[in-house]
Design a protein around this ligand. Sequence first.
Ligand code: GDP
Length: 459
Amino acid sequence: MLNDTIVAISTALGESAIGIIRMSGEDAIRIANDVFRPKSKEKLMDFRNKELVYGHIYNDNKIIDEVFAVYMKAPFTYTREDIVEINCHGGIIPLNQILKLLMKNGARMAEPGEFTKRAFLSGRLDLAQAESVMDLISAKTPKGFDVAFNQLEGRLSLKVKEMRNEIVTIMASIEVGIDYPEEDIEDVTFDEIKNHLESIKNKILDLINNSQTGKVLRDGLNTVIVGKPNVGKSSLMNALLREARAIVTDIPGTTRDVIEEHINIKGIPLKIVDTAGIRDTDDIIEKMGVERSKDYFNRADLIIFVLNAAEELTKDDIDIIDLIKDRNTIVLINKTDLPQLIDMDVINKYIRNDIIIRGAITLEHGLDQLEDKIVEMVYGDKIKKINENPIISNVRHINALEMAYEQTMDAIKSVENKMPYDFIEVDIKNIYDYLGEISGETIEEDVIKKIFSNFCLGK
Ligand code: GDP
């Protein structure tokens, strides 16, 4: 059902100055004319396209609310259909009453994401762009927003298109090889196909390599602070929170008995867990045994291990070092303001120097270096690549890219083994299709349905 008229409240429900109801479809303007009476002229249609018009919403002869209404004529609209938006008072009562009235006059309640789905189905946005709309809304930091915005602008789509065009070129030359096998067509040497495939492989790999950063910018870096009791874990947590206070996202912080906070470190969203939040035992190894903290620990993208510089290294410390040695870790040697007892020579035996930061958290020493280190770990040496390539943050896209990558490797192998052209062609067609899943050109209907069902209502 594409040509019915849908309606939804597009702003968050609560008590706000203004709320917006959006309606899209063939009957949008007719329905608006039925319920909206402008102050100065007869009907909404008497005004210019996209002009904000003052007036009242009427249910029969009773005024429901004082509003601004605007109509946007197809096809230059979000959905490419006629759209009417009504800006009313932002309370639950006016919004719901107007919504009901519009439905009584023939509009249907939109499904979650249905406006954006229509934008996709009408070709206004491709699938990757449509998905970015949701990421824009849910972005936790300005950088996360930038990633989504680039995707909306079509940077990823463009890249995918380029690669798919290159594949079409290869397929065309293979077709020539298949159609005229007896002719010695020099263009279609295996070498040339292989070169093209290598180039595509590298492009896909660049995108995949960026995706780890993209995921972090979108979903946050799961960070766990570990260390023996009293080394300064809570102090560190508090210091990081203080630094970030101005930009802390107001997601409920405490989950069950583990303290989890969402903070923003130089644009990177961190979901940070202080295992000191579990107070039932003071023995850190025992704490690790606590199922929940173990789970956090295992899932962590980053572990901040705190040591006390005013103490000698103990067996407990070494045990922790053992646990974290293959993980993404930053080691903070804290309390450097006190007389030093820790032996750096011993530390260096176990821990690489480039992941060690020395500081005194209660004096805010070392905090800046720690934050820089976190940034460095997220971007790694990829800063340049990240600027050249779109950052992928969506798991569906990453999966499609990984499948495309595998197929490319298969195709390269087939070429190296000088397999028959039509055999190679199957692999190459698969690369083409997997890439097409990102932009939505080759995708199953039910996948599309699922994607849009995750949207919020009214979007
Ligand atoms: P946790 O048990 O690991 O969470 O440790 P806390 O953060 O509760 O800190 C334990 C004690 O060490 C507190 O009294 C802190 O004030 C103190 N502390 C933390 N960091 C420093 C530091 O850098 N220098 C000094 N002198 N004391 C610190």
